[in-house]
Design a protein around this ligand. Structure first.
Ligand code: ZN
Length: 67
């Protein structure tokens, strides 16, 4: 299963989602590391590692898809 992380630098947090979560936009724009954006990972371990390396204060699990 694919996992997505949504880096929100303006909120100083990163959110973990499972694939097909309704919050994932249908078209992903080019990600800007400094503003944040959506990043896809092939498994949960990779996504969690990326979350920890995102540099934000809070790591959040989406309450909708409950990854
Ligand atoms: Zn979600």
């Amino acid at each position: 299963m694919t996992y997505w992380i949504h880096i929100q630098r303006s909120l100083d947090r990163v959110v973990l989602h499972r694939e097909r979560c309704l919050e994932i936009p249908s078209t992903i724009g080019r990600a800007d590391f400094w503003e944040g954006g959506w990043y896809e990972y092939p498994d949960k371990e990779s996504a969690l590692e990326a979350m920890e390396n995102a540099g934000t204060s809070r790591l959040v699990h989406c309450s909708l898809c409950k990854p």
